[in-house]
Design a protein around this ligand. Sequence first.
Ligand code: SAH
Ligand code: MG
Length: 219
Amino acid sequence: MIVDERMRTYINSLDMGNSPFLEKLEQQAVLDRVPIIRKEMQSFLKVLLGILRPARILEVGTAVGFSTLLMCEYGRSDLEIVTIENYEKRIPLAKENFRKAGREKQITLLEGDAGEILSGLDCKFDLIFMDAAKGQYIHWLPDVLRLMHPGSVLVSDNVLQEGDIIESHYIVERRNRTIYKRMREYLYELKHNPLLETSIIPLGDGVTVSVKKEEGAKT
Ligand code: SAH
Ligand code: MG
């Protein structure tokens, strides 16, 4: 936990929630132990969508389509989303949810490993939402940057690893160490890459917001 539990509970208690369809989908996901974005992240994405009004979004990590559909609902009416998922059990569920929500035309689900799929894409996106295997973000970054135009925004979820990120290597459980090392590299790169301006925000499980700069620009 990276934010005091009472603070988090208080903030979330003010939340007005989502449409009945999304509420049901969220409840089902929780029951089925499908990971989905937390309340704080939901609210944050809604605000970003309102500010940025992206026409094209790329999402890495669909799961059963909860965040995809949330972005559809709170994005502009002509929004197009490309979303990537490699877990065969979740893909049909996501497709079914897109159909039930009547959003099939807006959403393209690309099935397979995100690393492979990203390297094959060559169109630009206004917003990229990274919410898949945390240890891979650093490896996917060159392709992600290639898919951004100046002004495109990259949002990455779960970057502070429940607070592990600030612990010593030795305190982090062995099985989490590779992810820990790679996530530290990722955050360093987001903050030091001359093409990006990045803010690391301790919201939910930690989120970064990065904007791609004009080549040679200071901000
Ligand atoms: N964005 C979703 C939650 C995604 S959970 C929501 O909030 O509703 C992360 C998903 O990423 C999982 O379903 C997992 O199967 C998928 N994933 C992990 N590694 C991946 C990879 N290398 N390629 C494609 N999908 C991947
Ligand atoms: Mg996540």
